[in-house]
Design a protein. Sequence first.
Length: 185
Amino acid sequence: MFVLGVGIGLDQGRSALAVVEAQGDTNNLRHLEHAPLGLESADTVKRILLLTASLPRCSLVIDEAGPGRSIIDQLRAEDRYPIDVSITGAGRVSFDHGCYMVPLAELANGLQTGLKDGHFKIDQALPEAHSLEMAFTEFGRVVNQRGREDGAVKGGQWDSVLAIALAVWWLDFTDTKDYKLHSTR
């Protein structure tokens, strides 16, 4: 199974698309790309559609903040139904009005724990492999110090870290009792 995590850049920031593949008990980052600064949302939607069409059994998880909402609406118009995520500052994961509310600390902890225990691996052939590992560490540190991230991740990789964190979170979350209870209602 594949998950395409999409971190939409805010305030003219770049967006990132991250493909994570679940293989047994391991989630592997297989692909990461960035949209050029200022790319129109319709062009981002086209790229998302191309990527998901090339991946078998691909789920799509998008941060709905800012321009993410518009991209979600455009994807639905194309008969694609992404998993909407609203990132919160605290609390626990909840589901309300078609959107998952996910604490940022949960996204950070999922990445850090997965890297530490070998449950999440970065394809070392990716050009950003080493810098991403550093950014994940900084991401967790900033989240833990402030409680709520403001987008300041070392190396300017907020979009990448967020896209990857969303994909990894979804793969981990769909294995939980909370998800299984919710999905059978």
